[in-house]
Design a protein around this ligand. Structure first.
Ligand SMILES: [Fe+2]
Length: 471
């Protein structure tokens, strides 16, 4: 378990001021902790992912977001610095790298760290000036603070994906960041020499006999009967929610089978070794175009070496942990389904929710039970293994799970006035959905309600489960 394992989001509608301050301190500390990994300051002006802004933007963006939203809600009169408030206001979601050409003029990391510290003081003052007990719902000005807190937690996760793509030499694993026990073929020959990365193996919850159990193949499946599933949540939110989560949709789900584990590195390795990245028949037209342009030959966090496949964890390189879920983009997940054949495919949102209900009572909203790898239980994925009498592994957490669905609005969708373009611009075929949260999801991101979307070629800490129709 990571030492900085965070708390749950505040329960609504009544929130004690002290509790809100505590959640605020913790949220900011998470970002500080993550970026404390950057030991080469020049990294801040680089783009670890060419389709994202330089890292310094993501250091300052959550802070600017607080100021901008608190002003919009009437809790603050002024920001800190017109130029920085504006420059750091909005992220990017480009379809092509060329959309980012010509951007420049980024401030130094020192300037942005200072901006962040000053913004934090302003936000704390707003909370400290407020009533000792706050009554917060979606129409309250204090919703802006909850929104900014959850926004920062979203960026904790997306920034972690960026850092995972940065050169190892520019980073140092922060104190207290522990990976799950690894089951790579040989963890003693780490080329980085960072054997201490595996020091957390004493925390293993999974016996090696479970890892070796041949019945734990991802094609061992569970049957789900025909059923009706409710998508979305009602307005009486016990915790903060984003606009796209509200609304109700009843869906009929026909009977289907689902793999009991997520697709794991060991499963995906067979696809790679069978030449899957060289076979257009497994890929959608768009997916093949992406694969060809990127010259992709394996998942982004794998590296072929003389010793076999190496695996990029957050701050270290390890031997490929065979039982951990594979992390891929949507195109790669689809291609693997086609390779497996027999009708295997990605689940719909309704099917994924049916799977959720197998393992978690509907009354549970924020999920922090010990059987899921959420909320920084580990600082990495862990083995996807069915334990005890659970019907399946990883109904939540470990890695996000790609769905077949395009991102879509629920009936009655209304953008929130404080963030009109949070979801609305992204509905449609350009963005694919995922559910379930990852090890790095905290706060409301780790709730059963959270719906996430990305372009199909983006990387998150995301993998997938196989399903197929029963008829
Ligand atoms: Fe953002």
């Amino acid at each position: 378990m990571t030492e900085n394992r965070p708390h749950q989001p505040p329960r609504l509608p009544f929130v004690e001021r002290g509790q809100l301050l505590c959640y605020l301190h913790e949220t900011w500390a998470l970002t500080d902790w993550l970026f404390s990994s950057v030991v080469d300051r020049s990294l801040f002006l680089q783009r670890p992912d060419p389709l994202r802004n330089p890292l310094v933007f993501y250091l300052g963006h959550p802070a600017a977001f607080y100021l901008n939203k608190l002003r919009l809600a009437g809790l603050l009169e002024d920001g800190l610095d017109d130029e920085l408030d504006e420059l750091l206001a909005r992220g990017v979601d480009p379809a092509h790298r060329r959309e980012l050409d010509g951007q420049g003029g980024w401030p130094s990391a020192e300037v942005v760290w200072r901006y962040r510290d000053e913004a934090r003081r302003l936000v704390e003052e707003v909370v400290e000036r407020g009533p000792t007990t706050l009554e917060i719902d979606a129409s309250s000005p204090y919703w802006a603070i909850l929104m900014a807190l959850e926004h920062e937690r979203i960026h904790f996760e997306t920034s972690s994906v960026l850092l995972r793509q940065a050169p190892l030499g520019a980073l140092r694993r922060p104190v207290g960041w522990c990976y799950a026990p690894s089951d790579g073929p040989s963890t003693s020959d780490a080329t980085t020499g960072r054997r201490e990365a595996l020091a957390s193996s004493a925390q293993s919850q999974t016996s090696s006999s479970a890892l070796d159990d041949p019945t734990q193949e991802s094609d061992a499946s569970v049957h789900l009967p025909e059923q009706r599933v409710r998508v979305g949540r009602g307005a009486g939110a016990p915790i903060f929610g984003w606009d796209n989560e509200f609304g109700e949709l009843e869906c009929a789900v026909t009977a289907f089978y689902a793999s009991r584990t997520l697709v794991r590195n060991r499963d995906f390795l067979r696809f790679v070794e069978a030449g899957g990245y060289h076979e257009p028949r497994y890929w959608s037209a768009e997916g093949w175009r992406w694969r060809t342009e990127q010259r992709a030959l394996a998942p982004r966090f794998w590296r072929q070496s003389a010793d076999g496949v190496r695996y990029r964890a957050m701050f270290d390189e390890l031997a490929l942990p065979l039982s951990w879920p594979v992390e891929v983009n949507h195109y790669e997940a689809e291609a693997y389904c086609a390779y497996r054949g027999d009708g295997w495919r990605l689940p719909s949102e309704a099917e994924q929710l049916a799977l959720t209900q197998l393992t978690l009572p509907a009354a549970v909203d924020a999920i922090d039970v010990d059987r899921f790898n959420l909320n920084l239980r580990h600082g990495s994925p862990r083995a996807s293994v069915v334990s005890g009498d659970e019907p399946l592994a990883d109904a939540f957490g470990n890695v996000w799970q790609w769905l077949a669905d395009d991102f879509y609005p629920l009936p009655g969708f209304r953008p929130h006035r404080l963030y009109e373009d949070f979801s609305a611009p992204y509905f449609g075929a350009a963005h694919k959905m995922m559910l379930g949260g990852s090890w790095a999801s905290t706060g409301a991101c780790a709730s059963r309600f959270y719906r996430l979307w990305f372009r199909p070629y983006f990387y998150q800490h995301a993998g997938f489960r196989l399903v197929r129709s029963a008829e």
